[in-house]
Ligand binder design. Structure first.
Ligand code: ACO
Length: 331
């Protein structure tokens, strides 16, 4: 049997130590635990302090994921870091490769906001299926607290920081059962963390700009509507490709943006709430980290076990959204 199937064999996660609850947030902006809790389900979030880096969180999560497998960092062929908040715009994956001493691995960043982990999973799987790589480390990590306007109550209450990682390995049986990925740039202005020029310089007659990225802006209602409509559709498409019925899913694992979105998607798909993985109450929206972080907690708490079928779906800025159906297969 040739090893060109994909198995996800280990998971790990890391969160910053500092916690900020809704009560504390209400001292900073005009909000309340009642408002945040009832509109989003979020009660607290963990925030990276200035000495913590995306690289350090991602490295911790990666070591934990490796610890669940029978390989070491030396065996990793490829590292993909899904993030929108790298420590370095040239990429942070190489720093993680160095920290892990994963000498053999090629490493790169990829950006698809809160869909980053799902897009990364599908990307990584292609390298295994075409026989090029055997062992891949996929990390979803974000420190959005660096880019939140802490005076904007419509966004700052939603986000938190964290990292999650999984190991994908070549295997005789393909456990990545189906996927569907989508983008719609025409709705890009719903959710942005965009570069703004602040000064124009003329260098020998050539105009160049110098600026910085501006804090997150979001049209919450539009993003909500988009998620509740598109996520069930994309999951159904991925299930169709996997030739699996909704009833066969053991776990619905959505990007942890808002409990109301999780509930609405589950209800549209007729998935009972006991099958919905949710930990956003403790972490808020951790962007690319949210799915692997929730997966890792569910695995370590013994909720998810080998052989379980998981329907995961990410959605967010871009706009981007996607779903992947896989069978969990820890060794
Ligand atoms: N505290 C108290 N009041 C608030 C707050 C707050 N933190 N934020 C907004 N309000 C007020 C508004 O000003 C408004 O007041 P008004 O009626 O006097 O104008 C009122 O509350 C209602 O505001 P809405 O925006 O209508 O609230 P809504 O019920 O839509 O909830 C929310 C807002 C939670 C943001 C919701 O729209 C949502 O979850 N959207 C999806 C967001 C999302 O998932 N984003 C992440 C995508 S992932 C990525 O790629 C980063």
């Amino acid at each position: 049997m040739t090893n060109i199937g994909v198995s996800i064999t280990g998971s790990g996660s890391a969160i910053p130590k500092v916690s900020l609850d809704n009560q504390q947030l209400s001292q900073i902006v005009d909000t309340s635990d009642e408002w945040i809790g009832s509109r989003t389900g979020i009660r607290k979030r963990q925030l990276a302090n200035p000495t913590e880096s995306l690289c350090s969180l991602a490295t911790q999560a990666s070591l934990a994921a490796l610890g669940q497998t029978n390989i070491t960092a030396k065996d990793i062929d490829l590292i993909i870091l899904a993030t929108s908040t790298p420590d370095d715009l040239f990429g942070t994956a190489s720093q993680i490769q160095s920290e892990l001493d994963a000498k053999q691995a090629v490493a790169f960043d990829m950006t698809a906001a809160c869909s980053g982990f799902v897009f990364g999973l599908v990307t990584a799987a292609q390298f295994i299926r075409n026989g090029v790589y055997q062992n891949i480390l996929l990390i979803g990590a974000d420190i959005l607290s660096r880019w939140v306007d802490w005076e904007d109550r419509t966004t700052c209450v939603l986000f938190g920081d964290g990292a999650g990682a999984v190991i994908l390995q070549a295997s005789g049986r393909d456990r990545l059962l189906g996927f569907e990925l989508r983008s719609d740039g025409s709705q890009n202005n719903c959710l942005n963390l965009s570069y703004q020029p602040q000064e124009k310089k003329i260098i020998d007659g050539v105009a160049v700009s110098k600026g910085t990225y501006q804090p997150i802006t979001m049209n919450g209602k539009e993003v909500y509507r988009f998620a509740v409509q598109k996520v069930p559709e994309v999951i159904e498409k991925a299930l169709f490709r996997a030739n699996i019925s909704v009833e066969e899913i053991d776990w619905l694992l959505l990007h942890q943006a808002n409990q109301r979105i999780l509930d609405a998607v589950a209800s549209r798909l007729n998935i009972p709430s006991e099958k919905v993985i949710s930990n956003l109450r403790n972490y808020g929206n951790t962007s690319a980290a949210s799915i692997p972080l929730a997966l890792d907690e569910a695995v370590r708490q013994g909720q998810v076990s080998s052989g379980d079928i998981i329907a995961a779906s990410g959605f967010g800025a871009g706009l981007t959204w996607g779903a992947v159906i896989f069978e969990w297969s820890s060794i």
